[in-house]
Design a protein around this ligand. Structure first.
Ligand code: 5AD
Ligand code: SF4
Ligand code: FES
Length: 359
């Protein structure tokens, strides 16, 4: 007689209740889930890890997401925007050190000067001779026109997390106004795909009010959207945010960490050839959290290459890792860590989503 778990793991498509079953596995069954997801990663991706140098361009944000430390109304944050030279220097560091791609991330800003400045930066980075890096943007919701402009300048991937696929939960973790609308987020994601970006999304795991059903729906959402990349991480409470007062409802940090590993494993089994990030938030809970995620299906790491003076001001969540380490330190540290986890950094490669190449 096959066990329930064996039967589920043999399938290529999971029903919602099967995903919930997998999210709740413990002990030997949990190990079998991780064994399966690693096997699939080895077969479809191998043990190569691709790096994306993360540039936290600006912490000025027009939004007020109830969970985020740099929300507009948090007056304790000193606001900054990197100047163009600082961005170009960071991009050059990435190129010289074989990080095949960079990610430009920022608080949400749709002002014409911001849009124009990003366009200029993308072009300048693309004009750096030799080894042009792949450019991923993570700049929130923008008009279709802006997305198109940046795409035409040379950005080819975009990360826009849906945060949760449950519209009701979305409205509980965001202010209820037109600026924080689930429908708009969804439409933005659709626009990115239509324009031709490799599109990535993701969710936070272990939010207050979130259920196992929600998490299972998140996985199905990503599959139905046929995304190319995913970045998801544990929710980490931040004392200077409105959602903090619901912290008594949370799973322990360790449980949120474990749920994130299971989400990564299940997504890898369902979406075999997409890029899945081992997010930095994992390292806030467990010192070798990112390595653990590589062992259950993740294949992307985003080392922070923001100048040190700004890193502490980009505090989306507390206990952010690598805020005191110079970029060189992170590089050496990561190389050793990734090798130790049985993986290998693919220096100098873009590492595009294999999934994208197929469609
Ligand atoms: N905990 C975990 N992740 C967070 N983010 C923002 N605030 C938090 C938090 N408190 C994530 C969101 C956002 C990304 C840039 O950072 O998912 O999309
Ligand atoms: Fe701004 Fe993003 Fe934070 Fe929301 S999650 S407040 S959009 S930086
Ligand atoms: Fe930043 Fe280890 S990766 S210090």
């Amino acid at each position: 007689m096959k066990s329930t778990l064996d039967k589920i793991l043999q399938k290529d498509v999971f029903e919602k209740d099967e995903i919930i079953y997998l999210l709740k596995t413990e002990g030997e069954e949990r190990k079998l889930l991780f064994h399966k997801s690693l096997e699939i990663k080895q077969e479809f991706i191998g043990n190569k890890v691709h790096l994306r140098g993360l540039i936290e361009y600006s912490n000025i944000c027009s939004k007020n997401c109830l969970y985020c430390g740099i929300r507009k109304e948090n007056s304790r944050v000193g606001r900054y925007t990197m100047n163009n030279k600082e961005v170009l220097d960071a991009a050059k560091f990435a190129i010289e050190n074989g990080y095949g791609s960079i990610v430009i991330q920022s608080g949400e800003n749709s002002s014409p000067s911001f849009v124009q400045n990003i366009s200029g930066l993308i072009k300048e980075i693309k004009a750096i001779p030799d080894n042009k890096p792949g450019i991923t943007l993570s700049l929130g919701e923008q008009s279709e026109e802006t997305y198109r402009e940046w795409f035409n300048c040379g950005a080819h991937r975009y990360l826009l997390r849906i945060e949760t696929s449950n519209p009701e939960l979305y409205s509980r973790i965001h202010p209820n106004d037109a600026n924080h609308d689930f429908g708009k987020r969804l439409a933005a994601l659709e626009n990115l795909k239509k324009i031709g970006y490799q599109a990535g999304t993701g969710v936070m795991i272990g939010l207050p009010f979130q259920t196992f059903e929600d998490l299972a729906d998140d996985i199905l959402f990503m599959r139905n959207m046929d995304i190319d990349m995913c970045g998801m991480g544990p929710y980490l409470e931040h004392s200077e945010t409105p959602l903090f007062r619901f912290s008594h409802l949370l799973f322990s940090r360790k449980e949120r960490f474990d749920l994130t590993l299971k989400m990564i494993a299940i997504l890898r089994i369902l979406m075999k050839d997409i890029n899945i990030a081992s997010t930095n938030a994992l390292q806030s809970i467990d010192k070798i959290g990112r390595e653990k995620a590589l062992k259950v299906g993740a294949n992307i790491i985003m080392p922070n290459i923001t100048p040190l003076c700004y890193r502490k001001q980009y505090f989306l969540y507390q206990d952010k890792p690598c805020v005191d380490e110079e970029v060189e330190e992170c590089k050496a540290c990561l190389d050793a860590r990734i090798r130790f986890s049985g993986n290998e950094i693919a220096y100098g490669e873009w590492g595009d989503s294999k999934h994208f190449a197929k469609h």
